[in-house]
Design a protein around this ligand. Structure first.
Ligand SMILES: CC(C)(COP(=O)(O)OP(=O)(O)OC[C@H]1O[C@@H](n2cnc3c(N)ncnc32)[C@H](O)[C@@H]1OP(=O)(O)O)[C@@H](O)C(=O)NCCC(=O)NCCS
Length: 145
């Protein structure tokens, strides 16, 4: 993990760069202004740079005691497979380590990544999505127990 610069605040984030990272990772279209809001409202943030280029990111919202929720973890394709994703999750789980539980949901196909990092599948996790059809079509949600 040498050669990377880790930044745990958002003071100098270029939101266009972060939006581009999610586009090419890929983790979907996330407009810069939306990212500024959700990262700004997250207790823990993690940004990784190589030679001033943003190559990895993630964040966690948290209540300070009981529950932390990790989201928006992505690594630039040219840097995937080198342990950077594991390291980002490691930073976020360290930062949120005092919480009773750290939760997330994986995009379909990424469950094995989180399993390797110590996350266990949750038996009763459920959610309400604003875009319910998208949640269903991407395989993140299902309609039956
Ligand atoms: C998922 C992602 C963050 C992983 O980052 P990465 O830097 O490539 O992962 P790492 O190199 O740290 O991998 C850590 C371990 O997980 C494994 N792993 C990585 N992706 C995996 C997957 N999809 N399924 C199962 N295992 C996976 C690696 O083989 C590695 O195992 P090892 O330690 O035994 O060698 C990255 O592929 C990514 O950004 N993908 C696009 C965005 C995305 O899907 N984000 C997650 C949303 S839920």
């Amino acid at each position: 993990m040498s050669g990377y610069r880790w930044v745990l605040d958002i003071d100098d984030v270029d939101w266009e760069d972060l939006s581009n990272l999610y586009r090419i990772a890929p983790l979907g279209e996330k407009p810069p202004e939306s990212l500024e809001k959700v990262f700004g409202n997250s207790m823990f943030t993690c940004l990784v740079y190589e030679n001033e280029v943003l190559v990895g990111a993630g964040r966690a919202i948290a209540d300070g005691l009981d529950c932390a929720y990790i989201a928006d973890v992505a690594v630039h394709p040219e840097h995937q497979g080198r342990g950077l994703g594991r390291a980002i999750i490691g930073r976020l789980t360290d930062l949120a380590g005092d919480h009773s539980k750290i939760i997330l949901y994986a995009n379909p196909g990424k469950e094995g990544f989180y399993l390797k990092l110590g996350f266990l599948p949750m038996n009763t996790a459920m959610g309400i999505w604003k875009d319910r059809d998208k949640g269903l079509s991407t395989g993140v949600l299902r309609e039956t127990i």
